[in-house]
Design a binder for this molecule. Structure first.
Ligand SMILES: [Zn+2]
Length: 295
């Protein structure tokens, strides 16, 4: 687990938490005069200029510092395909359910080629995501993983659009990261927990921190737990809600939860209403329910 590639995969799944850790050590981008010092991703704290030549497709605009046209086109293509999938899976009507940031009508993707950051991966935000370009010199060369990371970050972008805000506190972090991990097929280093043996070995290493007790990013006891344990457990928790062997609820309920959170509904209230299970009850009965689910 010490290779750069593995680290990249681990780190891509995090959001605001990583941002706070790396904010002090990133390099400010320097480019030629024609670089545009602006972009929706600046709102996340990353002031990375783009070259003023974005590639635009039906639903996506790919900005970049220096990625090739081919890399931009390919990323737009991957994203367009995933947009279609997520819209279908969650039964989203973008015209009525997406609340775009002012002045924005398409997803913004910032594909970075010349940044070498500790969190070598992606970062989703309200209305878009940042992603290493396909021609990034040190990126993971496996397209399968690339697509999983894009899916994870795109889900965060979708969540923001359904909520109509960047605010991570109106939806519990276990659901935010769990749904992103679930739709992506999993980017956590531990992989998806599908058997009782896997669950037991994970708990043996990291302890039995209850994922449903993690409401905010700030609740993570320490970072390694987040990367290797919690993201896998968040995915498992969301899978329990959706899978026929668990509660078997449709993804459209997650959609409703996100839309209503943006309209001011309290997460705990909304969760209980949608899933017929109290949030505190889910936490209290967590291990019994989950162990019965994966066995
Ligand atoms: Zn994430």
């Amino acid at each position: 687990m010490k290779t750069r590639t593995t680290r990249a995969v681990l780190i891509t799944v995090t959001g605001a938490l990583i941002l706070s850790l790396t904010a002090g050590c990133e390099n400010s981008a320097t480019g030629p005069n024609e670089m545009v010092d602006n972009g929706s991703w600046y709102r996340t704290g990353y002031h990375w200029p783009h070259d003023g030549n974005p590639y635009e497709s039906a639903n996506v605009i790919v900005f970049s510092d220096a990625a090739s046209l081919e890399s931009r086109q390919k990323l737009a293509e991957i994203t367009e395909s995933l947009v279609t999938t997520l819209v279908e899976d969650f039964e989203i009507d973008p015209a009525t359910m997406f609340k775009w940031p002012p002045g924005q009508t398409k997803l913004h993707v910032y594909a970075y080629r010349d940044h070498f950051v500790d969190w070598f991966g992606g970062k989703g935000y309200y209305g878009g995501f940042m992603m290493y370009s396909l021609d990034h010199p040190i990126r993971n060369t496996e397209l399968g993983n690339y697509t999983r990371v894009v899916t994870h970050e795109l889900m965060h972008a979708f969540e923001g659009l359904m909520k109509g805000t960047e605010n991570p506190k109106i939806v519990d972090v276990w659901l935010t990261e769990g749904i992103a991990e679930h739709v992506s097929g999993g980017t956590s280093s531990s992989g998806n927990v599908t058997t009782l043996a896997m669950l037991d070995s994970l708990v043996a290493v990291y302890g039995d921190v209850n994922p449903i007790s993690m409401h905010y990013y700030e609740d993570f006891p320490y970072m390694d737990l987040g990367y290797a344990y919690l993201y896998a457990m968040f995915e498992l928790s969301v899978r329990y809600l959706l899978d026929a062997d668990g509660l078997g609820r449709p993804k459209a309920l997650v959609r409703d939860l996100l839309v209503e959170a943006g309209d001011g509904a309290l997460f705990a209230t909304s969760f209980e209403e949608k899933f017929g299970l109290g949030l505190q009850q889910f936490e209290d009965e967590y291990w019994d329910r989950i162990r019965a689910f994966v066995k």
